[in-house]
Design a protein around this ligand. Structure first.
Ligand SMILES: [Zn+2]
Length: 147
């Protein structure tokens, strides 16, 4: 199963992220169980493969519209991940609004080279932050290859 996020099948150059179905199920479940507030977490892995997802607390002042992971929580996670020779390759979060499209605020938080998974109601989409993105100037649609 692949979530193509609108990428035509002929586009072999497009970005891909390999992710297990159980991770996507967990993200969707968390998103469903929090219909009013954004849920968030880290994508842990190597290059373009998610090896683990790490749920994080949303510490934003307005969690119904934004997500924010505290610097202290991030530093702790970085340490844990590095010890296992993995890296934080991106984030996931939910949009109670029902749209998986990254917001201007998401763009302001995005670092080039990171993957983003956004869940909204029962949809899920992958994004890759890089130069000249088609959404907010930084996000490129990314295929989620589920295996
Ligand atoms: Zn967002």
């Amino acid at each position: 199963m692949t979530f193509t996020n609108g990428i035509p099948p002929s586009d072999k150059e497009g970005k891909k992220l390999f992710v297990s179905p159980s991770f996507l199920e967990k993200i969707l479940k968390a998103s469903h169980s929090s219909p009013d507030k954004e849920i968030c977490g880290l994508l842990i892995g190597k290059r373009e493969s998610v090896i683990e997802i790490m749920p994080m607390q949303n510490k934003a002042a307005y969690p119904e519209r934004f997500f924010e992971i505290s610097a202290a929580d991030l530093i702790k996670s970085h340490r844990r991940v590095r010890q296992r020779q993995l890296s934080i390759i991106g984030h996931y979060h939910s949009h109670p609004s029902g749209s998986c499209r990254p917001s201007p605020r998401d763009a302001a938080l995005a670092h080039e080279g990171q993957y983003w998974i956004i869940a909204a109601s029962n949809k899920i989409e992958g994004w890759y932050a890089g130069k000249n993105g088609t959404v907010e100037g930084i996000f490129h649609p990314c295929r989620l290859v589920v295996e």
